[in-house]
Design a protein. Structure first.
Length: 555
């Protein structure tokens, strides 16, 4: 067959390397509005939900039971369930209806009802609703700081640069499990070198993650996964109650935490129960609400390839972010795992959260090149910093990142590398050479870093835990080594564990360690000239990209 040359060219486009599938409701390969999704319904008797979404209480699985008992505002439930879903969708979009009037209604819905409501909305309407419904007025951003070598000096330097660039939270993970204490330590020291008040976490097995938090080596956690079907929970040896108990462990030790979920996880694990991805995700969001957790990382996360392959899948991802905001939860809204070979497509996916603003537009912008991203690569990475800054400038949007100069970056990376060098020396850990410090100062990624003695590092990392080293020990070492400012930043971060103020919904810290949350930075968007607006000072910063010509350049 003679080929049309245009089609030959199109077949070579990056987007045609992506995977796409037709809808298949029977196995859950449908983003929204599955014919097998239940119809909204509720029956309340003596203050107790005895029927929900077509199931009697006797038919409830443990997710239904948990949601019915803990996640629904029963006082308004019957009233809201009798309201027209189109009317409720219009209220979400209407700038004349304040957020505080809607929250009592959206928190009284069943999973089927909330999915039916957002199902009436297109993506522009959903973005309008997200702008009004997010918990914290001021948008922010979170990044990944990892590398394939688990190199602590590179992590410290990358964390310092990411803090300088404006990220409010930073997350690391490991290639080799036993490196976790070093990665957490390096991220803590590096981030607080770049800017005081950045929150950090190390995403690993939950018991170790909690231990690192209790030792003061991390400040928050989010990789506590919840699921939309009972069988997937069971396969993970978990229930909503066990997750709620784990959440209380973090909270009792003054650690911020949120759950993680995302459309497509149940399909990926083979137990979608014929339901749409969004309906199952609505159940996850409601489990999070019922557990009393302050927020949720969702937006498909590591399962993004599944909704990304089906019709309306990226719309469903935006819908799950909106549902999280509708339930008055902090939302770290995804964009963290790459899902497409197409730059156009991955940018379009990101704009759904970037334009209206979410609590964390990315729950993992890769602050390193994607070959170093141990979370399977991010939708945007270190090589996209300039593009992202220009998008903020083009559209006058707060994306949580700032332009920086080369001189600033070199200086802060060098300081962080020297700080972690001093910490390793002070704690009696394997030495960090001046060669490693120099390499990390100028490195793009781990290909530019010398190798370390891995067996020696792993032995020392184990001993670090056995010795009971805490954040206070790190503070002492830094102060004695002449890094008083970094030591003070870490001490101030540890103080937050005592006050507990950053356990409020959507809490972040500014450079002076003031808590900014949904309590004191409540989203009050009511249309033009209301809600969050970029300040004059911030706009000057966003405009000042390094390659923009200035009048003085022509003197």
């Amino acid at each position: 067959m003679k080929r049309a040359k245009r089609f030959e060219v199109l077949e070579k486009r990056p987007v045609n390397q992506d995977g796409f599938v037709a809808e298949w409701p029977e196995v859950g390969l449908i983003a929204m509005n599955s014919p097998h999704d239940p119809k909204p319904s509720i029956t309340v008797k003596d203050g107790k939900i005895i029927e929900m979404d077509g199931k009697t209480r006797e038919e409830f699985d443990f997710i239904d039971q948990f949601i019915a008992d803990y996640a629904i505002n029963i006082e308004k439930a019957e009233e809201v369930m009798n309201m027209d879903s189109v009317k409720l969708a219009k209220m979400l979009v209407d700038v004349n209806v304040p957020r505080e009037d809607i929250i009592p209604l959206t928190t009284a819905m069943t999973p089927a009802k909330i999915v039916e409501v957002v199902g009436h909305m297109n993506v522009v309407e959903m973005m309008m609703a997200v702008q009004k419904m997010r918990a914290r007025k001021t948008p922010a951003n979170q990044c990944h700081v990892t590398n394939v070598k688990d190199h602590p000096v590179q992590i410290a330097a990358d964390a310092a640069e990411a803090a300088l660039r404006g990220f409010a939270e930073q997350e690391t993970t490991i290639g080799v499990v036993r490196y976790a204490p070093f990665n957490a330590l390096a991220l803590l020291v590096g981030s607080q070198t770049g800017r005081g008040g950045v929150l950090t976490q190390c995403a690993i097995e939950e018991a170790t993650e909690l231990l690192l938090g209790m030792r003061g080596l991390t400040a928050y956690a989010e990789t506590v996964s919840v699921y939309g079907t009972e069988q997937v929970f069971v396969d993970g040896d978990d229930t909503p109650w066990s997750k709620a108990f784990l959440a209380s462990c973090y909270a009792s030790r003054g650690l911020k935490m949120r759950f993680t979920s995302g459309t497509g996880s149940e399909v990926q694990m083979g137990y979608a129960e014929n339901k749409s991805m969004l309906y199952l995700e609505a159940r996850c969001v409601m489990v999070t609400k019922g557990a009393g957790v302050q927020g949720l990382q969702n937006g498909s996360i590591s399962c993004i390839g599944v909704p990304g392959a089906v019709p309306s899948g990226i719309r469903a991802v935006l819908a799950e972010n909106l549902i999280t905001a509708m339930l008055d939860l902090e939302n770290a809204s995804g964009n963290d795992q790459t899902f497409s070979h197409s730059d156009i497509r991955r940018t379009a996916r990101m704009l759904m959260q970037f334009l209206p603003g979410t609590d964390f537009i990315f729950s993992g912008y890769s602050a390193v090149p994607n070959y170093d991203n141990m979370f399977a690569g991010s939708n945007f990475d270190a090589e996209d910093f300039d593009d992202y800054n220009v998008l903020q400038r083009d559209l006058q949007v707060e994306g949580g990142v700032r332009p920086v100069s080369e001189e600033e970056v070199i200086a802060i990376r060098n300081k962080a590398a020297k700080a972690i060098q001093a910490v390793f020396k002070g704690l009696g850990l394997p030495p960090i050479s001046d060669e490693e410090v120099e390499a990390a100062t100028y490195a793009h990624g781990s290909k530019d870093m010398p190798d370390r003695d891995v067996p020696q590092d792993l032995k020392a990392a184990d001993e670090l835990i056995k010795r009971g080293v805490t954040g206070i020990d790190v503070v002492k070492v830094l102060a004695e080594a002449g890094f008083e400012d970094v030591a003070e930043n870490i001490l101030n971060l540890l103080k937050q564990r005592v006050s507990g103020d950053y356990l409020h919904t959507s809490a972040i810290l500014d450079k002076d360690f003031n808590v900014i949350s949904a309590v004191n930075d409540k989203n009050d968007y009511r249309g033009p000239a209301t809600g969050f607006r970029i300040s004059k000072e911030r706009w000057e910063e966003i405009k000042n990209i390094r390659n923009a010509l200035k009048p003085e350049d022509f003197d």
